[in-house]
Design a protein around this ligand. Structure first.
Ligand code: ADP
Ligand code: MG
Length: 606
């Protein structure tokens, strides 16, 4: 038997490679644009005819090529970007495989014109199906122009597989958008059939997005920014309310390269979950910068997939960054559970007179007049509280529509006042109740913290009512720093219900504690209060009280996992609804979630 293995001629090898690199006009355009970016171009013009089937031309003002390089660049594995295997580990350019021009030239008629800045004269090279047709000196501007004509002229099977011009042009634009988005500092122009489709001046990313997708994007985006040791994230995400019903602007870029990643896409989607309807798509333009040695871009010939060493951590960082960006900048009513602690509306300022229950009498009362009801009515404390609640929401959201959630909360407040309201505890953690508009799920611990917090703050004006004398006063030894700290805070401790006196040079005597914290060990409590004072930064009187109240509330609140009696459940729900800020714990965490019937209908896709 004779040997049957032989090497393929270059032309065939290149065509095979072309099958991977150049599937359609859009992929050829991608390679040419990446070469222009790698060449340091600041202005790039793209000219398309017949959706790229007859012409794709890219003209740049980049570094250009020497006479020899103008010929060499069509050789397989001819690249100026890496020289040794190690370079593969730290790639900073878009290209590096040295395959693109060779592949394209094997399946098209390519004309290259190029001149370097220092050179008097440029080169013109024509290659057709791998064959060098001509190389001549030419007078041309600095930079490079590559024209790809009659793509797949020698591979009819591939040519026949191309889609309609409309669809191929869509693919072309998609590639163009990806490159344009990640290079806002480069000016681009794109002509189709001699008509200009896009003119993109160089500028900032946001401007680039607006130029590509329309002026309305100015309002639709919120910035995203997160720097960590592993990855630096930047870019924009679309506000949830602008999520689209068609898969739209979803872009990830890693180290300046567009990237497809279903896995990371999932992280973003996850962060948007609950905020947009399940059949809508969030928009995002997310840029990741990572140490190039921690990624592998070489896993796919078109380099649109990237392997990260630490995919999992990047997932969580991305998830958190998107959540934060949404929470920080949108005012979507459905996510105000996520507001930052600093957005916690303060309780009524201390010193605000507390309205006492009062009797209003109508002096003109005529019992025979049936036109009006409630001629006089007795205001109960609950009325006062509910008024305050109503007042709070209507005061603080003046001008803005009262949000769905706020309505639900005030509904819940009403529901608790009626006799037939239902509630139960779930998993020893959540309290579930409902209103006429939806279901309310309360976190018992956060809720109780909120209730106690407001109660501690309220006692400031009349601490004597809220002290509980200890049967046996407790002595506490403190170091001199703590002792001094406590000395400065003595009045505030007294305001919230403590009775503390000095006892010897290094001890204090605690003889009364706030009523609502009575079940906690006083020694422990004071120590942890001192701890939280040290870590907080008080600036004025009310914020000192808030620090104490917050810390006390956290210490004294009912924990998750504690089984509650029906009366306790009811009392928590009622008291929470009567709070000034019922929906946030003193630390700004959500106390309750509301699932309106509208939400439910949306979820069940009525
Ligand atoms: P790669 O980009 O992977 O190096 P290509 O086949 O795309 O391989 O290009 C081969 C070489 O040709 C590049 O390394 C570069 O030196 C040169 N080249 C290609 N396009 C340009 C351009 N627009 N401007 C300057 N040099 C270019
Ligand atoms: Mg290249």
């Amino acid at each position: 038997m004779t040997d049957i293995i032989h090497l393929l001629p270059d032309s065939v090898a290149n065509q095979i490679a072309a099958g991977e690199v150049v599937q359609r006009p859009a992929s050829a355009l991608k390679e040419l644009l990446e070469n222009s970016i790698d060449a340091g171009a600041t202005e790039v013009t793209v000219i398309i005819r017949e959706a790229g089937k007859s012409l794709i031309q890219v003209v740049d003002n980049g570094c250009g090529m020497s006479e020899r390089d103008a010929r060499m660049c069509f050789e397989r594995h001819a690249t100026s970007k890496i020289t040794k295997a190690d370079d593969l580990l730290a790639i900073r350019t878009l290209g590096f495989r040295g395959e693109a021009l060779a592949s394209i030239a094997s399946v098209a008629r390519v004309e290259l014109m190029t001149r370097r800045i220092g050179d008097e004269i440029g080169s013109r090279v024509v290659v057709e199906g791998t064959e060098l047709k001509s190389q001549t000196p030419v007078s041309c501007p600095t930079g490079t122009s590559v024209s790809v004509k009659n793509l797949f002229f020698n591979v009819p099977a591939r040519r026949n597989f191309l889609k309609s011009n409309t669809l191929e042009l869509k693919y072309i634009l998609e590639e163009f958008f990806r490159i344009a988005l990640v290079n806002p500092a480069v000016a681009f122009a794109l002509y189709n059939q001699d008509k200009i489709l896009h003119r993109l001046p160089h500028g900032k990313l946001k401007q680039r997005i607006i130029n590509l997708f329309g002026a309305s994007y100015g309002q639709k985006l919120v910035p995203l920014e997160q720097n960590t040791d592993l990855v630096n994230l930047s870019g924009f995400i679309g506000k949830p309310e602008f999520a689209k019903k068609t898969k739209g602007e979803q872009y990830f870029f890693t180290n300046g390269r567009y990237m497809r990643s279903p896995y990371l896409h999932h992280a973003v989607e996850n962060a948007f979950r609950e905020l947009i309807s399940p059949d809508a798509f969030p928009s995002y333009f997310i840029f990741m910068e990572v140490d190039p040695t921690t990624i592998d871009v070489n896993i796919h010939p078109t380099k649109t997939e990237i392997n990260f060493q630490d995919f999992k951590s990047i997932y969580s960082i991305l998830f958190a960054a998107v959540k934060l960006a949404i929470g920080k900048f949108t005012l979507s009513p459905r996510i105000d559970f996520e507001v930052e602690p600093s957005m916690d509306p303060p309780p009524l300022p201390t010193g605000t007179p507390v309205r006492q229950p009062a009797i209003t009498i109508n002096a003109d009362y005529n019992p025979f007049d049936t036109k009006g009801k409630n001629r006089f009515r007795v205001e109960t404390p609950a009325d006062v509280q509910k008024d305050a609640l109503h007042h709070f929401y209507h005061e603080t959201t003046e001008g803005a529509p009262v949000t769905q959630k706020q309505e639900l909360i005030s509904d819940a407040a009403k529901a608790t006042a009626s006799e037939q309201f239902n509630y139960f505890q779930l998993n020893n953690t959540f309290l579930v109740t409902h209103t006429r508009r939806g279901v309310v799920v309360i976190d018992q611990q956060h809720a109780h913290e909120r209730i106690l917090y407001e109660r501690f703050l309220n006692t400031v004006s009349r601490p004597d009512h809220s002290r509980q004398q200890l049967l046996i006063p407790v002595t506490l030894r403190l170091n001199s720093d703590d002792l001094q700290l406590l000395e400065g805070w003595k009045d505030y401790f007294s305001d919230v219900g403590f009775e503390i006196s000095a006892f010897g040079r290094d001890s204090i005597l605690v003889s009364a504690v706030p009523v609502d914290s009575a079940s906690t060990d006083p020694k422990n409590m004071i120590e942890s209060l001192l701890e939280s004072i040290k870590t907080a930064l008080p600036d004025n009187k009310s914020s000192r009280q808030q620090i104490l109240a917050r810390s006390l509330a956290k210490r004294s609140a009912i924990r998750r996992g504690k089984k509650l009696e029906p009366a306790e459940i009811r009392s928590i729900i009622e008291n929470l609804m009567a709070c000034h800020v019922p929906d946030l714990s003193p630390e700004g965490k959500p106390t309750l979630l509301v699932l309106s019937f509208d939400d439910l209908m949306l979820k069940f896709r009525y």
